[in-house]
Ligand binder design. Sequence first.
Ligand code: GUN
Ligand code: FE
Length: 414
Amino acid sequence: MNKILKGNFIFTDENRNLVIKPNAYGVCENGLCHGIFDQIPIRYLTYEVLDFDDCLIIPGLCDLHLHAPQYEVRGAGMDCELLDWLNKYIFPVERKYSNLQYAKVMYSRFVSGLLASPTSRAVIFGTIFKESTLELMKLLELSGLHTFVGKVNMDRNSPSYYMESSVATSISDTIAWLEQCNFTNTLPIITPRFVPSCSEELLHKLGELLFSYNLNVQSHLCENINEVDLVKQLHPNENSYSAIYNKYSLFGSINKSIMAHCVYCSDEEIELSKKNNVFVAHCPSANINLASGIAPIRLFLDKGVNVGLGTDIGAGHSLNLFNEMVCAIQLSKISKLKPLSIQDVFFMATRGGGSFFGKVGAFDLNFDFDALVIDDSNINLDGNFSLSQRLERLIYLSTECQLISKFVKGVRLF
Ligand code: GUN
Ligand code: FE
C-alpha cells in the first residue's frame, strides 16, 4: 500500500487555483496522500518509487452523474428533448434490465468502459430493478473504482412497462436492495428519478429511508423547460422544483444530495442549494445534446455552491470527463455570464466533485490518494509547453494522450 509516485503533479487548491509540482515525489501511505515533495524525505526512503518520468499526474476524475443502463445507447437518439427522449429511447432500454442475464452482459461492458476512462469515482443511476442493480454493484466492486449506485424509484407518469406498481412495492424493493448491499467501495444511494415520476407519498417514504439508513440522495432538477412546466402543473402550490425535494428532506438538509443539471434554477433555489450544501452535477454535453439550455454555473460557483461534473451517459455521449470540461468552458462562453476557466472546470472534475466522497480530488495531506498518470508526449513533441499549458492541452486533446495508470485510494487499478 505504501509507495511513491514520481512525475509532474498538477491539482487545485480550495480557491480553484492550480498547484503545480514539477518533477516531484508524491507519497502514498495506507491509501492516503502524505505530501508532494521535491526530494524523498528520509522517513519514506524505504518506499517503492514508481518513476513516471515526464508524465502528468493529476487527481482521478469524479463523475457525479451518469446512468449505467444507458451506456449501450450512448450517442444515439438525440433528435428530441428530455421528456420525449425518455419515452421514445430511454424507458424501452431500461426495462430490458429486468432480465438479469442481459444486465450482466451490458453492465460488464459499462464497467470495463468506466475502468478504462479517466474516472476514478462516480455516482451512478441503475434501473428500477433491484437484482440487476446489485449485479452492477458487484461488477463495480470488482473493478476497484469507488462509486455510489442507486436503484431508481418511479411510481407515476411513466409507461406501464417501466414503472413500479405502488409506493409499497417501490419501498419494499428498495429496502430489500439496501439489505443486500454489502460492499466496501460501492455504496447505495437513494435515487428518486425526478419529481415528475415520483408521487409525494413515495418522496416522503424515501426521505424516511434516507434518515433511517443514513444515506445520500441523487436526482434530477430543472433540466428542461417542459419538465419544469410539468412540475409546476403537478405541484401548483409549491414554491419551486427544489422546494418539493426539500419538503421531504431530499435536498441536502439531512445528508448529502446531488442534483443533476440545475439549468433553470431560480435565485431562491440557488440560495437554498447553498444553504443546504447541495451538490450540483453540471452535465454540459447532455444539456447540449438534449437542447436543454445552459446551466448558470458561474452563479453557483460565485455563491459557493458545491459543483461537480457529470457525463450523464446516455444524454451525454461519452464517459470521458475531459470532454465535459471542454464543453463546460465552451457553453459558458456562449452564455451571458463570465466564462469558466481551465482552473474552474479542472476543479469541478476533481476537488469539487471529489468532496462528495470525502477528502478526495487533490494531493493535500491526508486526502485519499487517487491519481491518473498521463503520457502527453504525443502533443508535447518539442517539450515547449509549460505544465499549465500541458494541462490545458491534455483537457482539450485528451484522446491524443495516453492514460497509463490509475490509482484509487492508493490501489493501482492498471
Ligand atoms: N430526467 C429524468 N430521467 C432522466 C434521465 O435518464 N436522463 C436525463 N438526462 N434526465 C432525466
Ligand atoms: Fe441524468
